[in-house]
Design a protein around this ligand. Sequence first.
Ligand code: FAD
Length: 510
Amino acid sequence: MSQVLLVLNLLSLLSLSSGATSFSLGSRSILRAIDNENGGPHDYAVDLNASNFDSVLGDTPATFAVVEFFAHWCPACRNYKPHYEKVARLFNGPDAVHPGIILMSRVDCALKINTKLCDKFSVVHYPMLFWGPPAKFVAGGWEPKQEKSEIRLIDDGRTADRMINWINKQTDSSFGLDDEKFENEHLSSNVSDPAQIARAVYDVEEATSTAFEIILEHKMIKSETRASLIKFLQLLVAHHPSRRCRTGSADILVNFDDLCPLDMSSPSKQGDNNGEGTLGNFQICGKGIPRGYWMFCRGSKNDTRGFSCGLWVLLHSLSVRIEDGESQFAFTAICEFVHKFFVCEECRQHFHDMCSSVSSPFKTSRDFALWLWSAHNKVNERLFKEEAFLGTGDPKFPKMIWPPRQLCSSCRLSPSEENNGIDWDQEEVLKFLTNYYGKILVSLHKDKDKNNLRSDRLDWFLEDLAVSANAVVVPLGAALAIAVASCAFGALACYWRSQQKSRKPRRSWN
Ligand code: FAD
């Protein structure tokens, strides 16, 4: 891990030399309802313009997007707005009834900045509504005679009722304008569909940023917990499945001494959202996260699943990404993090007991990933009985010894379980975990801003770090040169990178 620290120190130097810190100020989520200019009721539809159009649509977890092109001076558009908002209420914001399915957005074509954008979509009257997968809008356009476009003109959305009917037809759903939050009984659990875990990349981002918010809200960074947080951040920097969480964690680490000075007896900076450059303003996984809802970890009842599910998924996804030499470090980082920062007393005590019962250090990532899987199953087993007795479980997501046969039939050696004991084929379990949490659960986020060199450089570095930490010795000369001559960073990093490549084949998680 000394190489990890070395490289993190170098990152710190680079950050200072470029004067760059990426404190993301502003609202918690662009998808959340925003106050309109008059301080009136919330708008649910997201305002897009030429500068954020591609990034918002590129980043949204929603499967579909509706984009309304309008003009603020157009009386018909003003009258249409309440209809559009009635539908947007269902899908946008932290109180969305059906979050993560459709992003409802609008573009004001009367603003000069949007002229080209509106031209690209051949906007000839207001309002004009389009439907399609969000990614198709990115750098896209629409022409009336274009065949086979996945972006479609919504030709029957003039009232909220007609719009929701149109959407229901497209999605084969039965959304209703009067649906209320947490009427999720229709949610299908799909526990046997391995592809579902791909959606969890949003949940590991949500869990990471939520965990961080809780740490700040509860002012949990103290002199006795500081080292544990740093350790966990180091693990995130190298192995978080989401690229932007890796970048955000690195930003916090390199600024850690400023953000969390050693005299934390009066942690005045924690949770302080007013001052620029304070920890409270730092969004670890980037702007707009936490979004306020869960995708893979969404429960069918309002108080089930969510954060703790997201945290488990994050921990498993870290466990399958580490190298052998990092296994003991990852174990202690995760145990300490749960023990010191997970505000569920029973959970952290149980987990601490399981951590304490490990008698010898982990030597391989295999052993650690399997230990975590088995620890989670022990929790599942206990909770299965408890939830059945108390009726507190999620009926659509009952606890089970995992993975069920439908997800991984080869994981079980014998076709039937005798005496409730399962005869696991551990190599098959490991293969399954690595594929599920490693290859399927990957970052979907690509840096849209090609000019964001710092972030690109950082990712280069971190990806290589993920490969090299503890397995390959970082060439000290090259690393120092990179730190000192940050202006020539690109060329030197390239050299360093090529050295790494020639030493060891790159792993392609992303
Ligand atoms: P979760 O158990 O949260 O699992 C999330 C997802 O992980 C599942 O949907 C499944 O896809 C996958 N999964 C399930 N089992 C495994 C496994 N063995 N290996 C890999 N992947 C798996 N709650 C308590 O009431 N008491 C406790 O003591 C307690 N301890 C906890 C300790 C930790 C570290 C954490 C993170 C949570 C703990 N919780 C505890 C919360 C509890 O485990 C669940 O997270 C919560 O009840 C939500 O359950 P869920 O149905 O979303 O599935």
